[in-house]
Write a protein of this length. Structure first.
Lengths: 229, 229
DNA sequence: CCAAAAGTGTTTTAGCTACACCCATGA
DNA sequence: TCATGGGTGTAGCTAAAACACTTTTGG
């Protein structure tokens, strides 16, 4: 069997959430020649911590450090082992001297989701893929292997964890209005929330600071800008 | 590198919870010659689903099928890679012709917790360990590697998930009294619960059936036996 | 009849929802 | 002054917690 710099049989995939235009989106890689779409992922170096490997991959894909990151499940069914799919992807490799046959082995994938500030990201494809782009979560292209299932489970976990530690703020710039935060919640939960109720609940958590008002130029009261802690 | 029947670098560990004598307990393996304690765990065969591998291990350790099982985290720090510990364990191997050098590699561990009916379990050591016994969760011996941390995280996750689907019933026999169920909750949460409140909450879920009363011989009202669904 | 524990009714409390009113803003 | 949207007070509802009363059981 082929050796590589990475731990064999182990991969990670990351569901990177961003928020823009009132929509929840995730980053998807595309392989033009194979016509395939996949989640950004990677492998763990032999003397590297699992979490560090994921940080490294996120940095490469987004340009960002210090991302809100959560591990949520490890996928290990036999159904996700499809060497023919990997073969297609390897065929599109632009460096033909590279031996990527180790990719044809079976992999377990540890799945993470990340919440990032859309405005700061510079989406960057990896060595094998041709593009890295935002897709609305309810308008995803068909994804390879079990990646659709991974996104599904990421969303479920995110929804369940929404209230813990006010994670929604990680999808916004450092300063945001209460309305923007509400739109984040609505995009994640997929349902409308009552305005007054939401504002009160957020403020009662005592973790949001208020700053100057944001004058939009519109003929209405200017909302406070808020920040997290 | 040594080949084995298993996927390299991948292990699982299981925190098997039981309830007895009003205490929450877990199964711990002991290696006599090395004087070490560890969680039951195992490895994934090359053409076996991850979850199936864990089922297989649970069957071997407890004699039970159809166990309530939940995956909760994958541990992959460098700090958990301690070949010297594995070396000690391998030294105690009773089959000296067996080549276990593949155990000295680095492993990621996918951690699960299981909830089982204490009365039905026949704890059974694995090939390398000498005993498999119940320990109260707050009186565990020092465990190898990061296994103490794994137990800690299992408990946190279990507490967070307690309300979902009434998981506590998996720690009890098919027929149980409301008091026993309450003691399970108290053992897991580590705090007393108000009797009336608890009973009402459980009954309001509409998932418990009532059966005949259980006459203990004591001079008090006999409680109903309940079952789940 | 008593003590002990189960079952259940009642009161209190807290939190959430909906509605509404007032305020700030720029046309 | 008006239309628009933000901030907040208040009344009503619902769920949960605390308390207490009643019932069952064996001595």
């Amino acid at each position: 069997m082929q050796e590589s710099d990475y731990l064999q049989h182990i991969a990670y995939d990351s569901v990177i959430f961003g928020f823009s235009g009132e929509k929840l989106k995730i980053l998807i890689l595309e392989y033009y020649t194979a016509g395939l779409f996949a989640l950004p992922g990677g492998f763990v170096r032999k003397n590297e911590a699992l979490n560090d490997a994921v940080w490294r991959g996120l940095k490469e894909r987004t340009g960002l450090d210090n991302i809100y990151l959560e591990q949520f499940y490890t996928f290990g069914d036999m159904a996700r082992y499809k060497p023919e799919v990997m073969e297609q992807i390897i065929k599109g490799n632009k460096k033909p001297d590279q031996d990527l046959s180790w990719l044809l082995e079976r992999f377990l994938s540890i799945a993470y989701y990340a919440l990032i500030n859309y405005e700061e990201v510079i989406p960057t494809p990896d060595d094998l893929s041709d593009s890295c782009e935002w897709y609305e979560v309810d308008q995803l292209p068909p994804l390879i292997l079990d990646h659709t299932q991974i996104v599904q489970k990421a969303l479920e976990t995110l929804r369940r964890n929404l209230d813990r530690k006010l994670v929604g703020v990680n999808l916004l710039p450092p300063r945001f209005t209460m309305k923007e935060l509400q739109q984040v919640y609505e995009a994640i939960l997929g349902e409308k929330i009552h305005r007054g109720t939401f504002q009160r609940k957020m403020l009662s958590l005592d973790v949001l600071k208020r700053h100057e008002k944001q004058y939009s130029g519109a003929a209405n009261k200017a909302p406070f800008l808020c920040s997290f802690e």
